[in-house]
Design a protein around this ligand. Structure first.
Ligand code: ATP
Length: 249
């Protein structure tokens, strides 16, 4: 099932981009892809987006480069998808998945089988080839909620998990399993942002296309350079820099 934007927002509206994002989420909600709680979570994201100027800031570019290098050097990278991400960037997720060679896996905090089916269908309608998550035949130790349910061949066996819009608990639990995690989170203070190996403090609508754009130029770098980008990256320092910039406003 795919869905169309129902309201026509004039392009010259000063908050056009932001209103279009809301529109996509509301339509995703009506289509059963986004849950009501997802709309509230977006509100927190919007507030932080305001604070960083609703643009990709320099520390996010550094983190994006590290994220792409980490995914390209991984043995088995997997991209975890929730309802908000599926509603906001369905084409871009399929594109990144293909370019990086990492499968998509639907993973939901408010999981229902119907919503999983709808999201898989939506992603495929937007070009994704293979989407995992229907068969949740493994469990992340220490996570009692629904996000602990994962696919054995996907997130469970991944060495790098890309978790845009994650919840902090699972990000920490994935780390405890020895996996590297890459998060996108506009809130640099969230548990997710603090727990991930790499945190891109940016809006998913900008960060995922930025990652895709970087794949080709990063792919051609020698393995030693990719390794250097990963090992020299300091997530704590990057988050401190974002917080410093926010305080300066
Ligand atoms: P945590 O467990 O990490 O502390 P949380 O409880 O603060 O998370 P959630 O409700 O799990 O937050 O999810 C909302 C998070 O997603 C917020 O931190 C918000 O900043 C972020 N967020 C929401 N929309 C976007 C977006 N479009 N792009 C990037 N981040 C977003």
């Amino acid at each position: 099932m795919s869905y169309e934007l129902v309201r026509n927002i004039p392009k010259d509206h000063p908050r056009y981009e932001s209103l279009m994002i809301r529109e996509k989420l509301v339509n995703g909600f009506k289509a059963g892809i986004v849950c009501a709680e997802g709309l509230i979570a977006h509100g927190r994201g919007e507030a932080f987006d305001y604070l960083i100027g609703e643009k990709t800031i320099e520390p996010a570019i550094v983190a994006t480069k590290a994220a792409v290098a980490m995914m390209l050097t991984a043995k088995h990278p997997v991209i975890s998808v929730n309802g908000n991400t599926a509603a906001l960037v369905p084409d871009e997720l399929g594109c990144l998945s293909e370019r990086i060679g990492a499968p998509l896996e639907v993973n939901l905090f408010h999981r229902t089988e119907d919503r999983v089916d709808k999201i898989i269908h939506h992603l495929k309608a937007h070009g994704a080839k293979d989407v995992l998550g229907k068969r949740a035949d493994a469990h992340i130790p220490g996570i009692s909620h629904e996000r602990g349910k994962v696919s054995k061949e996907g997130i469970y066996s991944a060495d790098v998990v890309f978790v845009p819009l994650e919840d902090g608990d699972r990000c920490e639990a994935l780390g405890n399993m020895g996996k590297k995690t890459i998060a996108i989170d506009l809130n640099p203070l969230s548990r997710t942002a603090q727990a991930a190996s790499v945190t891109i403090v940016d809006n998913v609508v900008r960060a995922i296309p930025n990652m895709t754009k970087l794949v080709d130029e990063t792919k051609v770098l020698p393995g030693s350079e990719l390794k250097r980008i990963c090992t020299s990256y300091d997530n704590k320092a990057m988050l401190e820099e974002v917080i410093r910039r926010i305080k300066m406003i």
